[in-house]
Design a protein around this ligand. Structure first.
Ligand code: HEC
Length: 135
């Protein structure tokens, strides 16, 4: 192979790699980072009852570390209402969004004394930080 042809072949394969890389990047779903300061500000309302740090006891509710993906009513060392135990759904981001908007209407009979968060951006920022392990 002459040097010319070698350079041309390398050029073509390099182009292939670039095209592939660009398509992989474009196929990635857009991940917007958490609005951490907003999330923390909203979580202050929860923190009077909930801890979200692993192994730090909550003042009055179940620990929220790792709550995303956990089945409702199953955190250790917390006595749930029978309503929450019966609810028993997995806390996906969507399910949390619904619950946090109006806890008492999503889980009638819950002992979580919290009216709800009406602002969708507040809920989004909060759920985003709940999905991130807390130090
Ligand atoms: C006044 C105390 C209080 C406040 C404020 C409060 N919670 Fe709760 N929360 C509870 C209690 C108590 C429960 C258990 C409810 C039950 O067993 O019915 C609970 C349950 C939950 C659950 C279900 C957890 C599980 O393990 O199934 C989630 C999620 C949750 N709270 C999130 C929040 C978030 C997020 C906030 C802030 C926007 C918040 N809570 C505010 C007391 C509170």
């Amino acid at each position: 192979m002459t040097t010319h042809r070698l350079v041309a072949a390398l050029g073509v394969s390099l182009l292939g790699v670039i095209v592939w890389a660009v398509s992989v990047v474009a196929a990635e779903p857009a991940k917007t980072p958490c609005d951490i300061s907003r999330g923390e500000r909203v979580f202050a309302k929860c923190a009077i009852c909930h801890s979200r740090a692993q192994d730090v006891p909550s003042p009055a509710g179940p620990n929220l570390a790792g709550v995303i993906g956990r089945k409702a009513g199953t955190a250790a060392n917390f006595k749930y209402s029978s309503a929450m135990k019966k609810f028993a759904r997995s806390w996906s981001a969507d399910e949390l969004d619904r619950f946090l908007q109006q806890p008492a209407s999503v889980v009638p009979g819950t002992t979580m004394a919290f009216a709800g968060l009406s602002n969708a951006d507040d809920r989004r920022a909060l759920i985003c930080i709940l999905a991130t392990p807390s130090p």
